[in-house]
Design a protein around this ligand. Structure first.
Ligand code: NOJ
Length: 766
């Protein structure tokens, strides 16, 4: 048994064995004492050969799942390397049996028996699917988000996994980018809060618990700023945009103790992120003092040869390790290059040791040295995955993620007296699309469809007339293969029109298939497909009483539909319980409370679109002249702005009062607003606070979210909501290369979205 004073300074083979045996028997919680962990890390490191140190830096794919172009290492070779202690971690191993088998190869054969980590893309659930991350972000409900991550961790750890490749904390303002579905949207403040909630959910308060796992904030950095929204594309980004918009969620993740980060595929201003020393070694490790490890993205070290940045894999290995990229995912660059590079004096062995130490530290924190098989519990695998309680939790988050975009004449919630309703659209009867992209080990077609949800909740008095209408996609649905989107077939419209004709109301499910968004799923169009649009027009001819249920992984541009129909409900891809959650909202069993975490455009040509823009030198056209910053064929603003979302009740904002009109360093003021539920139903509202710095040493955005609070009000009830404004809230990354607040005039805005706000002014003095 170890105690705090125990020091490992063991030399020689016999002692190694003793050391590991004692470790295995120890009951001590290794996660508790970081000094002690450091001592152990040093001790293990002192026993390792260069080859073994490099081995820790190698991450291989298992043969169960593939989430990138497979490398050329065969299973036989992998097994040999595992036995020799030349692999630090595996990914895409999704069963206790698989994890055990591989862990055994290491523990029973390798010299030092350093346990493997097992990583997997746990993005919005493991088998119980929660809403896709963008959707879940629309809940603005940090507790619910944390809970869904905790359940995902519980399920994944029950299947042998101890490392989630999530959360993706990339800010994205371009809906063409398919991976916008994986993040928290466009805003660095909201994005930071959600990043922390997800990390806390994954990692819990004790990383060594059997039900928590190491999180991975990705993709470091600026991946969401790919030019023209094309995945993996070049990123050119200014220093200030990088610091003020892209890096904050990563900083929040680092401060929250995220165990790992993943570097990004893209280049950043000419240097691949994988080998970006300023980002990884200088900012992340030196300035932020973060002590976790950085894993490359899939083969991204090797891919620097394609970027035209590295001559070959050996050169790529040199650049990546010097930059601070600790682990090589499926790139085979470190295993091929590092030993040689050390011998040639091109890479200081200390860099390899630092990387190995970071990985060992994480393994100690996970408690893997204590018990390498702690996540290999067949009972848990049988009992802790896809449980009733998890599905209930999924339904709960799902209904909170729905955003009511339009509801004229209170078409919704559906009237109890409704005798007939047409449910139209292939997506309405689709049990697969709601599972979304990045679906862990979810079974295909396992979600509750909208049709099923409605059938279960509408009762016998309402007749449902279902028509599939036009198909959206065709061909095999898979993460790996490209989905064929059906852009021509309009057969099916006739049947849809007939159903609409004979029904009092139409529920029209339109949008995108599961795999239209996600990795490598960029699009130039943000419209629904032409056959869907045509179907809508035809239905509208015969029945104008239409509730559009949007299902999509990205913001869509639906200006004509939005103008014509009385009601629109944004339901994203909501996971396993999708249909039930949508029915909860449509029937009014749940009063919608979601708010958009990303602006919805009028047209794809507005991309990138976000609320926190700058004014430009020509913000308006008072004389009706053409020379101002605008489009000649479309409005500038969003169709539905950031922070927007309706309820079945209404909220009135009144009396924004500041406690003082100025404050100085170390001081603070409060902003209080009175919110009243002016409707006749109980409802939740996300009260949002925005700030604007009027004149800065750098131009400042017209509004920046700096706080929010969710409140629940009974009909006619009022509540005062108070936000504290302090110096920290006013800080930004300035030309002095640090975060600071500048003295001057500020505006503060409070409201239920980023556009409809009350405003006031204050002065910050220094
Ligand atoms: C590539 C993706 O960019 C990354 O997010 C993911 O974690 C890895 N593949 C592993 O699947």
């Amino acid at each position: 048994m170890f105690n705090k004073r125990t020091r490992f300074k063991l030399e020689g083979r016999g002692l190694v064995v003793t050391f590991l045996l004692v470790l295995a028997m120890s009951q001590h919680s290794f996660a508790q004492d970081s000094n002690e962990i450091e001592r152990k890390v040093d001790s293990v490191l002192s026993l390792m050969t260069l080859k073994e140190k490099i081995g820790q830096l190698v991450l291989y794919n298992g043969s169960w799942d593939v989430t990138g172009p497979p490398s050329d290492v065969g299973n036989k070779e992998k097994y040999e390397k595992l036995k020799n202690g030349e692999v630090g971690a595996m990914l895409n191993v999704t069963s206790v049996k698989g994890a055990k088998e591989l862990q055994e190869k290491v523990i029973e054969n390798s010299r030092l028996k350093i346990p493997l980590m097992f990583g997997y893309d746990v993005i919005h659930g493991y088998k119980t699917m929660f809403p896709i991350p963008l959707a879940e972000s629309a809940s603005w409900d940090l507790d619910a988000i944390k809970k869904s991550a905790a359940i995902a961790a519980k399920e994944a750890t029950a299947a042998g996994i101890n490392w989630a490749f999530g959360p993706m904390v990339d800010i994205s303002r371009d809906a063409r980018w398919g991976r916008i579905m994986e993040g928290a949207g466009e805003d660095p403040y909201l994005g930071s809060k959600i990043a922390v909630a997800r990390i806390q959910g994954f990692q819990g308060t004790d990383l060594a618990s059997k039900e928590t796992l190491a999180a991975c904030a990705k993709h470091f950095a600026a991946y969401g700023f790919a030019e023209a929204g094309r995945d993996y594309n070049t990123v050119n980004i200014g220093e200030y945009e990088l610091h003020n918009t892209v890096l904050p969620p990563f900083k929040a993740a680092a401060d929250a103790g995220v165990a790992t980060m993943m570097s990004a595929f893209n280049e950043v201003n000419g240097i691949p992120a994988t080998a970006h020393k300023e980002l990884q070694r200088d900012i992340l490790k030196d300035t932020w003092k973060w002590d976790g490890f950085v894993v490359s993205d899939w083969a991204s070290i090797m891919e620097m040869t394609f970027h035209g940045y590295s001559k070959d894999r050996v050169h790529a290995a040199e650049q990546a390790i010097i930059a601070g990229n600790d682990m090589d995912m499926e790139g085979r660059a470190y295993e091929i290059g590092l030993e040689k590079l050390v011998k040639e004096g091109k890479v200081d062995v200390k860099l390899i040791e630092d990387a190995a130490k970071r990985i060992l530290r994480t393994k100690f924190r996970l408690g893997l040295f204590e018990d390498p098989y702690k996540y290999c519990d067949e009972n848990r695998e049988k009992n802790d995955i896809y449980t009733k309680a998890h599905l209930e939790a999924s339904r709960d988050v799902a209904k909170k993620s729905i955003v009511l975009l339009k509801n004229e004449n209170n078409v919704l919630p559906l009237k109890k007296e409704l005798k007939s309703v047409a449910v139209i659209g292939a997506l309405a009867d689709d049990k697969d699309t709601p599972i979304g992209s990045w679906r862990g080990v979810a079974e295909s077609n396992s979600a509750v469809s909208l049709l099923e949800g409605l059938k279960a909740s509408l009762g016998k008095k309402t007749t449902i007339n279902y028509a599939k209408g036009v198909a959206i996609g065709s061909g095999e649905r898979s993460f790996i293969k490209a989905l064929k989107i059906n852009r021509d077939d309009v057969t099916g419209i006739k049947e849809a029109v007939a159903a609409a004709k004979k029904s009092e109301l139409v529920i029209l499910a339109i949008g995108e298939e599961a795999y239209q968004s996600g990795e490598a799923r960029s699009q130039v169009s943000l419209s629904i497909t032409a056959p869907q649009q045509k179907m809508f027009e035809a239905i509208y001819e015969v029945n104008k009483n239409i509730v559009v249920v949007l299902m999509n992984g990205r913001p869509l541009a639906i200006p004509t539909i939005a103008e014509k129909v009385p009601a629109i409900v944004e339901t994203w891809h909501l996971g396993s319980e999708s249909g039930n959650a949508i029915a909860d909202v449509l029937t009014g069993a749940y009063n919608p409370s979601g708010k958009l975490p990303v602006s919805f455009p009028r047209h794809v040509g507005q991309m990138p679109l976000y609320y926190a823009t700058k004014t430009t030198g020509r913000p308006s056209n008072p004389d009706g002249m053409v020379f101002w910053s605008h489009y000649t064929d479309e409005k500038n603003d969003a169709l539905f702005p950031f922070g927007y979302g309706l309820s079945y009740t209404t909220f009135e904002y009144k009396d924004l009062v500041l406690s003082a009109s100025s404050f100085g360093t170390g001081g603070k003021i409060t902003a209080t607003v009175t919110v009243t539920n002016t409707g006749d139903r109980k409802g939740k509202e996300v009260v949002q606070l925005y700030v604007r710095d009027l004149i800065g040493s750098l131009t400042r955005p017209i509004k920046e979210l700096k706080g929010f609070e969710m409140i629940e009000l009974n009909p006619k009830e009022s509540k005062k909501v108070t936000f504290t404004i302090d110096e920290k809230m006013l800080q930004f990354y300035t030309p002095n290369k640090k975060w600071e607040a500048e003295a001057g005039d500020f505006k503060v805005f409070v409201g239920g979205n980023s556009v409809d706000v009350l405003e006031s002014d204050f002065v910050f003095k220094k």
